[in-house]
Design a protein. Structure first.
Length: 180
């Protein structure tokens, strides 16, 4: 080989070497840039994974608390319903007792009324004897009738108020269970 061709070849080799070094530098820059981007994305991904883990833990905790709260609420509601049921039973027993008492009083008043009617019949028979006696018997009969009407009104008032006292807690129970 001659000197010129060696020189040309040397120049070409040097050029190729420089091109190779430039390519290598460019590849190295791109590798560093990609490594930097991968590192940044990796850090961002780690942050997102940590956030996701924290969110999952918070969700699990909220679910557990909600379940526990729901169980506690159900227990409290059940206890309240038991108390209301007991109160309703007691009220019903009172109503039945009062109703029986009023029925007994009403029967007694009805018997008194029958007696008064019988007395009135006798009074009519004896009215020819004395007007004063018949007036007194009629007044007694009217008083007994007024007492019976008053007793009947008391019974009606009592039953109406007892019906209200029974309905009000029952409505509260119904509205409480419907709201939940």
């Amino acid at each position: 080989m001659n000197y010129e061709s060696r020189n040309t070849l040397s120049l070409k080799l040097e050029q190729m070497y420089n091109d190779l070094i430039d390519s290598h530098k460019q590849v190295e820059r791109q590798r560093r840039q990609l490594a930097s981007e991968v590192s940044a994305h990796s850090a961002a991904l780690k942050d997102k994974m940590a956030e996701l883990h924290i969110a999952q833990e918070a969700t699990d905790k909220a679910k557990a608390e909600s379940k526990q709260m729901n169980e506690q609420q159900l227990i409290a509601i059940s206890q309240e319903l038991d108390q209301i049921n007991d109160a309703l039973k007691a009220s019903l027993e009172q109503v039945e007792t009062r109703s029986q008492k009023l029925a007994d009083e009403s029967s007694a008043r009805a018997a008194e009324m029958r007696d008064k009617v019988a007395e009135l019949s006798k009074a009519r028979e004896t009215s020819e004897k004395t007007k004063d006696e018949s007036k007194q018997v009629i007044l007694d009969a009217l008083q007994a009738k007024d007492e019976a009407v008053r007793a009947n009104q008391l019974k009606s008032t009592f039953l109406a108020s007892m019906s209200h006292e029974i309905r009000m807690p029952f409505n509260a129970v119904c509205s409480f269970t419907l709201s939940n």
